[in-house]
Design a binder for this molecule. Structure first.
Ligand SMILES: [Zn+2]
Length: 440
């Protein structure tokens, strides 16, 4: 059993966690699947994955489907369809070698093996009268930022606990991975306050895991095998040298760092790439997360009521349109791919007041309409340059300019994508457009 309820509607952004988009209205396409078991859900999910892939291919979008965090919607599996764009709101980590792809929140890469094979040295307190960034401290210590473990203190509001997170000095903390490890919501994870630091008896810039009375320590896996790094001594102007995980402190270990380009792929070991992307679609395996509490059940063969196994699927129509424009434009305006263009072609008479030009333009317009080409006639009384600029901006794939040679049956045909112009007969112009449209 599989029922798809597909609806197109105006509504707020699908995922409220994209705060920047929350207040505006967007067009979303939503779909849901309801199956009797997980096997059915897997089939529905794969079907939608394939369908979305075909849809975005037909839009001519350069995109990658990536493993995604399920975020506020929940469930136990998700893919995002990310259109590549430098204006994108999220980072995508992907491997060209094996096809692995995930958004930054979910991405996993192999831990670096930096200084893994050294012998553990005795630890030592060193004076570091140096306030500033990790880079400043590394300069002062005459070492690499990689030799320092960065300590960040968070307050988990859900469980009312203080959590210290450690990553290598050149790395960034992946807060989504922290949220998932703590099982709290994103808004429930906040940076600890100066008051918290004071209560713990530590000092910003000199914080470390040794002797700090926090509820939990989360350690990025890279620091587990790295030897002899620096940590803060929890005392202003001091750090501890030659610190080693296991011997000097312990904690919960996982990947808590953000992956970056050049990190090694977890699947095949080759360096990964990173690009920004616009999320144009997302699919989720919801399971019974909503059907159980909402008592959305079916009667099984054995007569008992069981919760339906759900999936949900969305395409951000507005976002898809902006992603297409981002990938298909030049200095003059939009270059719509033919099969998503609002109209296929425009007929522009240079002077619509000229009887011949007017008749040829009207005739051409009608011929194209009869062939089911979606066409616009620019019958405005404007200067030609003004009209051409407008149509370059709007970016319909084809423009036919009806000018002085209209009386001889000659018009100008212009391809918006390449900006190439050529003189053709009226019949040829109709044929060129008709053939292109028929091939969609
Ligand atoms: Zn790979």
């Amino acid at each position: 059993m599989s029922i798809y309820q597909i609806q197109t509607k105006y509504r707020d952004e699908f995922r409220p966690r994209f705060g920047l988009m929350r207040s505006r209205e967007f067009i979303m396409k939503d779909a849901y699947s309801f199956d009797v078991d997980v096997k059915g859900l897997e089939e529905s999910y794969q079907n939608m994955y394939d369908t979305y892939t075909r849809i975005f291919n037909r839009f001519h979008l350069k995109f990658v489907p990536v493993l995604a965090d399920t975020g506020a919607i929940g469930g136990n599996g998700s893919h995002q369809f990310m259109a590549l764009s430098e204006y994108g709101e999220s980072d995508i980590i992907y491997c060209e070698e094996c096809g692995y792809a995930a958004d930054q929140e979910k991405a996993e890469t192999k831990p670096d093996t930096y200084r893994n094979d050294e012998a553990e040295l005795p630890k030592e307190v060193v004076a570091t009268p140096c306030e500033g960034t990790i880079e400043d401290l590394a300069k002062f210590l005459n070492c690499s930022p990689k030799d320092i473990a960065k300590s960040v203190l968070y307050r988990d509001l859900a469980h009312k606990q203080l959590v210290l997170v450690l990553v290598r000095g050149d790395r960034e903390v992946n807060e989504i991975k922290i949220v998932n490890a703590l099982d709290c919501a994103e808004f429930e994870l906040v940076l600890a306050s100066d008051e918290d630091l004071k209560t713990l008896g530590t000092s910003a810039g000199f914080m470390g895991p040794i002797g700090l009375n926090v509820d939990k320590i989360l350690v990025d896996e890279e620091l587990v095998s790295q030897k002899n790094f620096f940590v803060g001594a929890n005392k202003k102007d001091f750090h501890i040298k030659n610190v080693n995980y296991g011997r000097d402190f312990t904690g919960e270990v996982a990947q808590f760092r953000k992956s970056v380009a050049g990190d090694l792929c977890k699947e095949c070991g080759k360096p990964v790439k990173m690009e920004r992307g616009i999320e144009v679609g997302q699919i989720f395996k919801l399971g019974t997360k909503y059907s159980e509490p909402m008592k959305c059940t079916y009667t099984d063969d054995d007569g008992t009521n069981k919760p339906m196994v759900m999936g949900c699927y969305g395409i951000g129509v507005t976002r898809t349109m902006s992603a297409i424009i981002d990938q298909y434009h030049d200095d003059f305006g939009i270059k719509w791919p033919l099969n998503v263009a609002p109209y296929h072609a425009v007929v522009v008479p240079v002077n619509y007041k000229d009887e011949t030009q007017k008749n040829v333009a009207n005739d051409l317009y009608k011929k194209l309409l009869d062939l089911h080409v979606e066409v616009v006639l620019d019958d405005r009384d404007e200067r030609p340059g003004f009209k051409f600029k407008d149509w370059e901006l709007i970016g319909l794939p084809f423009m036919v300019i009806v000018g002085k040679r209209a009386a001889e049956g000659i018009v100008e045909f212009k391809d918006r994508a390449t900006l190439e112009k050529k003189e053709v007969t009226i019949e040829e112009a109709v044929k060129l457009i008709n053939e292109a449209v028929k091939s969609i």
